[in-house]
Design a protein around this ligand. Structure first.
Ligand SMILES: C[S@@+](CC[C@H](N)C(=O)[O-])C[C@H]1O[C@@H](n2cnc3c(N)ncnc32)[C@H](O)[C@@H]1O
Length: 209
């Protein structure tokens, strides 16, 4: 694909997001991961980490409605993203203890689009992104029910691959890496996907059909 083609595709995702009422084009990354792995279903409880401005939360809230629920967590508020089954907690994921969310769970899915402010120093940015993904996995391992799923953004590189193999894979029946089409050209973003959390997590409690 040429640079021009990629630019056109970027415009396409941003325009589509605006016309469909999402605050960010990132929604199409989650949509692609969801459609490929059939993750989100009616009645599920979903924890969305790094939720602001709110596209993933809106998408997930609509997919799990009417009885399912989404809890978004971010340092920054959701900008105008609102649904009756969407709630929000303004917190730093790195200092959030799983016990603080215990009454909201267990969750059927934990998704993380957490991203650090980038510095342009590739190694430093990748390390910070990995720290956030590890924070998401720490919460998921405490709050995700058996059979549940995990999605987390990573910056690609040897450490990201090691994270998926060494930390995500052991908790799930299957772990894969995806790079959705809506990822911006030149971006180093990839997504770790953990499918079917192995037994050992919190007990049942999901309303999922
Ligand atoms: C790419 S944005 C998420 C976009 C969102 N998924 C959407 O679709 O609207 C990444 C988010 O991670 C949040 N973030 C970064 N570090 C965080 C932390 N330690 N705790 C909570 N949120 C954090 C940022 O504030 C930012 O809103």
């Amino acid at each position: 694909m040429t640079v021009k083609d990629r630019d056109r595709l970027d415009d396409h995702w941003s325009r589509k997001a605006r016309s469909e009422g999402y605050p960010a084009r990132s929604v199409y990354k989650l949509e692609e991961i969801d459609l490929k792995h059939r993750l989100l279903k009616k009645g599920m409880r979903i924890l969305d980490l790094g939720a602001s401005p709110g596209s993933w939360s809106l998408y997930a809230a609509d997919k799990v409605a009417p009885r399912g629920k989404v809890l978004g967590v971010d340092l920054k508020p959701l900008s105008g993203a609102s649904r009756p089954n969407l709630s929000f907690l303004a917190r730093d994921v790195l200092t959030l203890a799983p016990e603080e969310l215990a009454s909201e769970g267990p969750f059927d899915g934990v998704v993380s689009d957490l991203a650090p402010p980038t510095t342009g120093r590739r190694d430093a940015d990748a390390a910070r992104s990995l720290e956030l993904a590890a924070g998401a996995l720490r919460l998921a391992s405490a709050l995700l029910r058996a059979g549940g799923f995990f999605v987390a953004k990573l910056f690609e590189g040897a450490d990201a691959q090691a994270f998926v193999k060494g930390k995500v894979q052991p908790l799930f029946a299957r772990a894969v890496v995806m790079r959705p089409k809506a990822v911006r050209k030149g971006s180093v973003e990839i997504f770790a996907v953990g499918l079917e959390r192995l037994a050992g997590g919190p007990g049942p409690g999901s309303e999922a059909a």
